[in-house]
Design a protein around this ligand. Structure first.
Ligand code: RP5
Length: 146
């Protein structure tokens, strides 16, 4: 079985936020969202999946998210940063995008910021500041409390 054929695992009890990112190189930035959720006692899962390198995995993840118990998805990516938008295309859950800087970012992450914020009408992605994964978690907590 290839990675792309693997079934998306069911979430554990109490996991309501999915944190995904486009590359392992994003983990140090995105772990800050997990830390904030830990501090607030909110259950989450955290995974690496690329909209460009693993498109089927991302589609399966997003399509199954609500059914597995997730209520918000936080998606971080750098460069062309398609991941948040692709997740939003496959789920009606709220998606919070985190534009990330990486080694070859243009204009300090402006590339990812625009890619995430400039979604077409009807397919929104909430967008926090560059590298501000903590704010994505704070916003997720507010959504969960509403
Ligand atoms: C993006 O490209 C990732 O989200 C990451 O920020 C950037 C670089 O990825 P790697 O080349 O480090 O895997 O898709």
């Amino acid at each position: 079985m290839t990675e792309q054929d693997a079934p998306t695992p069911a979430t554990q009890d109490g996991v309501v936020v999915g944190i995904v990112m486009g590359s392992q190189s994003d983990m140090a930035a995105m772990e800050k969202a997990g830390t904030e959720l830990d501090d607030r006692g909110i259950g989450y899962e955290i995974e690496v999946m690329s909209a460009h390198r693993d498109p089927e995995v991302v589609a399966d993840y997003a399509k199954s998210a609500r059914g597995r118990g997730l209520r918000v998805v936080i998606a971080g990516a750098g460069l062309a940063a398609a991941l948040p938008g692709v997740v939003a295309a496959h789920t009606d859950l709220p998606v919070i995008g985190v534009p990330l800087t990486s080694k070859t970012s243009v204009a300090g992450g402006l590339d990812a910021l625009l890619a995430i914020a400039q979604m077409p009408p009807g397919v929104p992605v909430g967008c926090v500041g560059i590298d501000n994964a903590r704010n994505a978690a704070v916003l997720a907590a507010k959504i969960l409390d509403s």
